[in-house]
Design a protein around this ligand. Structure first.
Ligand code: ATP
Ligand code: NCN
Length: 197
């Protein structure tokens, strides 16, 4: 029998700031994996990253809201920001599956992340609860064959990161087309990345 639940892909990230690579990835995952919606989910404290000077949560959330405003199937959830503490995906997925029984969740991750997935908190329970959608370079056959809990979708490689955006913004260089216009304006108006951290 066909599963009637809504297919939702969660795109988790620090989003400091959200950039066009995230949006491209989410859109490719949405289409290729046949998702009804993608929910962007900013982390409160990223589990495996220690970065001094993480931008305040309300700014990171606002930039995500601005970036996705014109996409009819993109949403944002502040579940991890509200919960606070370290944002372990397992804890979040337990909460989300309880709160939204009419949704079938998968979790979208960059291809580079697939290797370190087994190190994630409560990994064996997590993969029983949620499928992963891995963004792979076209032609990465090896990964496809070796990972039973990840469905790979192809994504044109775009070497852009939030670190690059922070670096450029702090140096007064252009970030146009690397982030959506509204995000660029927000960064300037609120003087968010004036020093590089
Ligand atoms: N250019 C990109 N193409 C595809 N996926 C990406 C890209 N940049 C980030 N991602 C993926 O988006 C998710 C969230 O990433 P995150 O918010 O940490 O951004 P980031 O650009 O990697 O940040 P930072 O440079 O601060 O480490 C991760 O799964 C990551 O692998
Ligand atoms: O739960 C974990 O152990 C875990 C370890 C590393 C990353 N994650 C999640 O993966 C998403 C992307 O992480 P990051 O560090 O690239 O921003 C984000 O939602 C994190 O909470 C989760």
């Amino acid at each position: 029998m066909k599963d009637a639940r809504k297919k939702v892909g969660i795109m988790g990230g620090t989003f400091d700031p959200i950039h066009c690579g995230h949006l491209l990835a989410a859109e490719q995952a949405r289409e290729q994996a046949g998702l009804d919606e993608v929910w962007f989910m900013p982390t409160y404290i990223p589990p495996h990253k220690s970065r001094e000077g993480l931008t305040e949560a309300h700014h990171r959330l606002k930039m995500v809201q601005l970036a996705i405003a014109d996409h009819e199937s993109f949403r944002v959830t502040d579940i991890e920001l509200t919960r606070k503490g370290r944002s372990y995906t397992y804890d979040t997925m337990v909460q989300l599956t309880e709160q939204f029984p009419d949704c079938q969740f998968s979790f979208i991750i960059g291809g580079d992340m697939v290797k370190i997935l087994p190190k994630w908190y409560q990994f064996s329970q997590l993969i029983r609860m949620v499928r992963f959608i891995g963004l792979a370079r076209p032609g990465t056959e090896l990964e496809r064959e070796t990972c039973e809990y990840v469905t790979f979708v192809e994504m044109p490689v775009w070497d852009i990161s939030s670190t690059l955006i922070r670096e450029k913004a702090a140096a007064g260089k252009s970030i146009r087309y690397l982030v959506p216009d509204a995000v660029e304006r927000y960064i300037k108006e609120n003087r968010i990345y004036e020093t590089f951290v």
